[in-house]
Design a binder for this molecule. Structure first.
Ligand SMILES: Cc1ncc(COP(=O)(O)O)c(C=O)c1O
Length: 375
């Protein structure tokens, strides 16, 4: 497609993978990550955004540097350069290069799954209620029937019921689940994957994988080898702090990847996102630091809420969902009036608020506004 593309080796060099230094670098200075992503607090008249499960700390310094270094590639199509990232992801996940498909955020992967595996020809989508709605909209737009199965009383996916209503098509399992931040236990999930007939596809969405530390949680990526109907999606938007850059991927059998690729726009992941994602995987500190900071701010927030009598669903993600003990919609509005943006209404849980865990200072702003809003 692009005959003038820079070689894969050169792209790797630009990302700092090779020891060689390549001079395609404009003399650009960039802000320290904490400066570049600082969110103004509500007290300063700024908006505190705790509504989209983003990572307030942003990309790691290596990713910022890699983007700066790759400005010179902005005139080139990404083409084969995505192979550098695919190679790394294949190695990280113990699969072959042809078992990875990159997406313009994992949202693109979800959309491709809906387009490839649901619809009048392929069958219905079965999903939990509540869950992340994007794929439900994609499947409906594709002409598919969408069946919602309520979560269990412990906010896990009701996998036996989901399997009972599925026939062909696609079952979407969001684990940890958005908006409840809850997990579906690993034994139940393994059993479900083993029992699901091959003609029914399973998409396990592991966008929040890095925030789950329960012994009852595990990724199902290792199961892809034995189960040709399994697809697992991941994103760089959460722990890697790249929501605005747009990069996600899935792990699946080669044949599945080929079918999905037919629906995909060429070159859908841009070169800045590729550079940042590739460099992020080389930073050994970014993930544990992000996990620690999130956990600390989460513990602080849930214990303060608990002191006020508000109970959260045990969270295995970078957000919490707690019971406001009254309709949440007026509280969402009252918070917005105080410049604190929190999660939207999820109709299956009309008294619950979904709250993204930001920096501790942001959570302090949230708590003081929440106290006023409910007074
Ligand atoms: C469960 C889940 N999956 C997928 C996405 C899409 O993320 P992205 O397209 O940024 O990778 C989100 C975004 O919040 C999400 O919560």
């Amino acid at each position: 497609m692009n005959t003038m593309s820079i070689s894969r080796r050169k792209f790797a060099q630009l990302l700092g993978i090779s020891a060689a230094t390549v001079v395609v670098r404009p003399p650009v200075s960039f802000a320290k990550p904490t400066q570049s992503v600082t969110t103004p607090l509500a007290e300063d008249g700024g908006i505190v955004r705790l509504s989209a499960n983003e990572n307030p700390y942003g990309p790691c310094p290596k990713a910022l540097q890699a983007m700066t270094d790759s400005f010179g590639l902005a005139c080139r199509y990404p083409d084969e350069h995505n192979n550098v990232l695919i190679d790394k992801l294949a190695k990280l996940n113990g699969v072959n290069h042809d078992q990875i498909l990159l997406g313009d955020g994992s949202g693109e992967i979800l959309k491709l799954c809906a387009e490839t595996f649901t619809g009048p020809q392929n069958g219905k989508l079965v999903a939990a209620d509540p869950t992340f709605e994007a794929i439900l909209n994609n499947a409906s737009a594709n002409g598919a029937e969408v069946v919602k199965v309520p979560l269990t009383s412990s906010f896990a996916h009701d996998l036996p019921k989901m399997l009972a209503v599925a026939k062909g098509g696609l079952i979407y399992v969001c684990n940890p689940n958005n908006p409840t931040a809850s997990i579906t236990p690993k034994d139940e999930l393994r059993d479900f994957v083993a029992k699901t007939p091959r003609e029914t596809m399973i998409l396990a969405d592991e966008a929040y994988f890095h925030f789950a530390d329960s012994p009852d949680y595990e990724s199902v990526i290792p199961l892809v080898k034995e189960h040709p109907n399994l697809i697992v999606s991941r994103t760089f938007s959460k722990i890697y702090g790249m929501a605005g850059l747009r990069c996600g991927y899935c792990v699946a059998p080669k044949e599945t990847i080929e079918r999905m690729r037919q629906q995909q726009m060429w070159d859908s992941v841009n070169c800045m996102a590729l550079a940042a994602a590739t460099a992020s995987l080389d930073d050994p500190d970014h993930v544990p630091n992000g996990q620690r900071l999130n956990k600390e701010a989460k513990q602080f927030t849930t214990s303060e809420l608990e002191k006020m009598g508000y109970k959260s669903i045990p969270s295995q993600a970078n957000f919490i969902m707690f019971d406001c003990r009254r309709p949440v919609v007026p509280i969402i509005k009252a918070m917005k009036d105080r410049n604190i943006h929190v999660g939207r209404l999820f109709p299956a849980l009309p008294n619950h608020m979904r709250l993204t865990i930001g920096k501790k200072s942001e959570m302090e702003s949230f708590l003081s506004a929440f106290r006023q809003a409910i007074a």
